[in-house]
Design a binder for this molecule. Structure first.
Ligand SMILES: [Zn+2]
Length: 318
């Protein structure tokens, strides 16, 4: 498990736009960023400014992964690839890029994992080859890789599914949406992950991680492994907002609980940030436990400022 990178190293926004679907979306980072003066310079962000489910396809961004030889961990940060308004042809192009740019890893995070599953169930190498031909015609595929279209076809014929460099994840911000993990489990993916961010309450993931919730063997302590975890990685964090007071508080005990569940299940875990309003109940002053305590930390993404037991920056093996 690597520890060097906390999340993604670059973004790949060939689709932008979304709509709000669950509690985690309330202070959507992407929706707010899309409205910023910096991004409103670009036509695709003007098109989706209302954040009402309109999605813009940005062909000029598609080939970005071809241009970097240095391995990156790309994240689609401005949309949800499982949104109903994402067209299949767009996803085909994106999957073709991922299949070709196999020096990189890609993170697909969705709050609509059933749609992602449906797409992947129908995916074929033929379809990706058809999509890849477009890049070939445009001369956008680095010529060092293939000298002829036949070679490209051959590459796609031998392509293995699921793609080794694609990590598919779903968001679980509260208990109510935790069954999204069942759709994720049923999706063909090399690496599956959960994003518990913004974490809005204590979430019990034991049944998804293969941990007993109480039986006679463990004398109902519920602390032993009885099955295979449905995921390879969990990344968690509190909510952050431009105006800190807008962010919903995150109790550090909720994060501690996620870390403990991951450790029990042997699942890689990364604590991304404490959020703008972290609350800790484990503060002791002169040996007396304080009830709730606002942690005064300015930069809640600096792992060195986290309480020691939350300094986890693991990645799944890839
Ligand atoms: Zn048990």
């Amino acid at each position: 498990m690597g520890t060097k990178i906390s999340w993604a190293t670059d973004v790949w926004n060939s689709i932008v736009g979304c709509s709000k679907i669950s509690a985690g979306c309330k202070n959507c980072y992407a929706a707010n960023l899309a409205k910023s003066a910096r991004l409103q310079q670009f036509p695709q962000y003007r098109e989706v400014k209302e954040w009402n489910g309109k999605i813009a396809f940005v062909p000029s961004q598609l080939t970005k992964p071809f241009k970097s030889k240095t391995p990156q961990l790309f994240f689609l940060s401005m949309s949800d690839p499982g949104h109903d308004n994402v067209k299949r042809e767009w996803l085909d192009r994106m999957f073709a890029v991922m299949a070709i740019a196999n020096q990189h890893q890609f993170l697909f995070l969705s709050k609509r994992p059933e749609t992602v599953k449906a797409y992947i169930d129908e995916l074929t190498a033929d379809r990706l080859y058809e999509a890849a031909k477009y890049f070939w015609k445009e001369g956008e595929i680095p010529k060092r890789l293939w000298r002829s279209l036949e070679q490209l076809k051959d590459y796609f014929e031998k392509l293995e599914f699921p793609l080794k460099n694609l990590w598919i994840g779903t968001s679980v911000e509260n208990q109510e949406v935790a069954d999204r993990i069942l759709d994720l489990r049923d999706t063909a993916a090399h690496i599956r992950f959960i994003s518990c961010e913004p974490l809005l309450e204590r979430v019990d993931l034991r049944k998804y991680l293969g941990i007993c919730v109480g039986c006679q063997t463990c004398e109902f302590r519920g602390d032993h492994q009885i099955g295979k975890p449905m995921v390879d990685w969990i990344v968690c964090g509190g909510e952050s907002a431009q105006k800190a007071s807008d962010a919903r508080p995150c109790h550090l005990d909720w994060l501690r609980s996620i870390v403990q569940q991951c450790q029990m299940a042997g699942v890689a875990v990364s604590v991304k940030q404490l959020g703008s309003n972290p609350i800790d109940s484990r503060m002791y002053i002169d040996g007396v436990a304080m009830t709730t305590f606002q942690v005064k930390v300015k930069d809640h993404t600096d792992v060195n400022e986290f309480p020691e037991e939350l300094r986890w920056r693991q990645h799944p093996v890839f």
